[in-house]
Each structure stands twice: as C-alpha cells, then as structure tokens.
Design a binder for this molecule. Structure first.
Ligand code: SOE
Length: 371
C-alpha cells in the first residue's frame, strides 16, 4: 500500500488527538494509503517522551527544516494559531499536503495568504473542524440534505466552557492576542460558525458583543507572582442573518459555570427541528412536524448505516471525542491518496475566518456588519 509520511508540528492537546488518529484510523477504516508517523516537531524537552509514547519515528525542534524535507508528504499543523500561516505557507511552497488545526489563521489577511499559497502550489488542504465528523452531526447534515428540515428559520448555537473562571488560572497562550488572535471567539465560535455554514448555509451579516471578565491573570510559570493583561475576549455572542433568510444566535464563553465542553445546536425549519449536545455526542434529537403525537425523537447514532460510526462497534456501543479526529484523518488520508476534494479546505475555512473577523469588527464598532 502507498505510504504517506507525516510531519506533525506541535505536540500538546491537538498533537495527542492527531497522533491517536493516525495510529488508529487504519484499524477502523479502509484507508487508501498508510499514514506513517515520520517526525514530530516541538520546542520543549518532553517532545522526546511524546515521540516515543505515540510512536513517531523521529523528532526535531525546528520545523523550518522539517516541513521542506523531501521524504515528507503531509504537514500537520497543531501549533498555537500565531504560527499556522507561516508553517502552512512554507509547507505549501514545498508542495506538501496540509492538515491545519482550527481556526485557520489569526485573521482574514493571513488566511487569504494561506489560501493563495495552497492554490499557487496546487496542494491539498484541510482544516480540522473535527465536529463536522461527529456521526450525529454528519447524520444531521444528511437529514437536512434529504429535506427533513424544510425552509430553515432558526439556528441557536452555543459553545460553553468554564475552565478559566478561577481568576488565578494563568494567562495561557489562548489568552494572549499575539498568540491566539482572539479568545473564545476564534477558539469556540469558529467551531459553531463552521457547523452552521456546513449545515444550513452562508452567513450574510452579523452583530457581535464581546466581554473580558478577568482582565489580568498570573503569568504562566512565573516564580515571583507576576501578572499580565488579558487582551482577548472571555465571551463573544452574536446575531446572524443567513443568505437563505434564516436567522441565528451564537454564543461562545469560557465563563458558563458547570458547562465543561457544551456545544449545543438547535435548528428549526418548516418541516422539523433538530437538537444536538456534544456532551451527549452519540445522540441526535429530531422532531418531524407532521407527526401527530409531536415531541422530539431520540436517535442513538450508532447504527451501521449512520455516517462513520459503522466502522467502529455494533449498534448501541458509543464512541467519543477522540473518534472525531480518527474520522477526520480517515477522510484526509483517503482524499490525499486519491486526489479527491477535502472539506473544509483552506478556502472554505477562509469563509469562517471572514465571519469571525466581521463579528470582532461589529463588536468593536457597535454596528451591524455585512459579511
Ligand atoms: C479548548 O477550548 C478546546 O480544546 C478547543 O480548542 C477545541 O477546539 C475544542 O474542541 C475543545 O476545547
């Protein structure tokens, strides 16, 4: 079987999720090429332990050398947002296929440069908006495409976390604008914007509202208790209008106490409604307005004919967060091996980036922004 050599840049939370996916995708899916964990790149000392644990053949501290190596086919970007553009453009110029963590970039200008580099070099790209490949979301998409929603009226999308509510929680990279671009907005609204676009269509205008509740935090690993300014949003909410006439509300916050990783969607249309909550990710709730009895029906998305999930266990045997990355990697590797389209690619993720930037501008200028 054809082999695809991977260079993965970054080895924290996402590096672990991607490594696990490369390790397991071929065990559950019929892959058209074998992903080889060739080299992992990172700055810290624990990189060596990471490489050994996850079976990377080699490791290195300088991605500049790594992404241009002749024996590398795929560059996988799992670093903080501030380095996505630089690594991706270098990889594209070296003719590598690219898998990039979300959000695509720090802002639209960077994202446009990434799209241009990928286009110029004609390289396949994909952005790891992994929730598109939750089986319940993929089933929801299929049911919408089959016409079960009808005319779309509403989407209510929330992504709620609570991990930085303690004011003593340090100012990690996600709370520094120069590294993250924005706060919870680029981190979590990016996911629900991507899902809304995927499921119901393009957004035509937005009105945003942002707040930073804790404006100063301890500097990470500082011995003398130094603090630093938090220059990103803790919560960003916005209203949206869609090209198809639907309207939506979006909320992303890291201050929703009790919500550990709650991504919730409700979509209402002329023929039915759907509800989804990531904390119960194997379930999809569906209301058919023609049902005499009314009420939502619970679909346990574990049937062999449901998307992705038939590759794992018998019906009723649920899957988890890590499987969403396995599904991403299976589609990515097959797309690269066969030269078939990958979604969401850089161009598609640029559209999400445009909505992210429009919301920021709207919140700053206190106005409605066309997107
Ligand atoms: C942290 O907020 C985080 O890990 C996000 O960065 C991920 O994209 C999301 O899937 C879970 O939460």
């Amino acid at each position: 079987m054809k082999k695809l050599n991977i260079a993965m840049i970054g080895h924290r939370f996402m590096g672990k999720a991607h490594s696990n996916a490369y390790l397991n995708a071929g065990k559950f899916f019929n892959l058209k090429a074998e992903p080889i964990r060739k080299i992992v790149c990172g700055r810290s000392e624990d990189l060596i332990t990471f490489a050994e644990k996850w079976g990377w053949e080699n490791y290195c501290h300088d991605y500049n050398e790594t992404v241009i190596r002749d024996d590398i086919d795929i560059v996988d970007i799992c670093t903080p947002n501030s380095s996505h553009a630089e690594i991706a453009i270098k990889a594209a110029n070296a003719k590598k296929a690219i898998l990039c963590e979300k959000p695509l970039a720090m802002n639209v200008a960077e994202a446009e440069d990434m799209v241009a580099a990928a286009k110029e070099n004609d390289v396949p790209t994909m952005v790891c908006f992994n929730y598109r490949r939750v089986p319940a979301i993929a089933l929801l998409k299929k049911m919408i495409d089959e016409g079960k929603l009808g005319r779309v009226y509403h989407i209510r999308a929330q992504y709620l976390q609570d991990w930085i509510m303690d004011p003593k929680f340090p100012r990690v990279w996600r709370l520094v604008k120069a590294l993250a671009g924005s706060g919870v907005h680029g981190d979590l609204n990016a996911h629900i914007i991507d899902l809304a676009r995927y499921l119901i269509g393009e957004i035509s205008g937005v009105s945003g509202l942002s707040e930073t509740f804790i404006k100063e935090r301890p500097i990470e690993n500082s011995a003398n208790g130094e603090t630093g300014i938090v220059d990103v949003d803790d919560a960003t909410l916005f209203l949206a209008k869609f090209e198809n006439g639907a309207i939506g509300t979006f909320e992303a916050t890291r201050f929703a106490g009790g919500n550990r990783n709650g991504l919730q969607l409700e979509i209402n249309g002329s023929k039915g409604s759907f509800k989804f909550n990531l904390e119960n990710m194997n379930e999809l709730f569906y209301l058919n307005l023609e049902d005499e009895e009314q009420g939502f029906k619970r679909i346990l998305v574990t049937e062999a004919n449901h998307p992705y999930v038939g590759n794992y266990w018998p019906p009723g045997h649920i899957i988890g967060y890590e499987h969403t990355f396995v599904n991403v990697v299976a589609d990515f590797v097959n797309g690269v091996a066969e030269g078939t389209p990958l979604m969401p690619d850089f161009n598609d993720a640029l559209k999400t980036q445009k909505i992210l930037d429009a919301v920021i501008k709207s919140a700053e200028e206190n106005c409605w922004m066309s997107a």
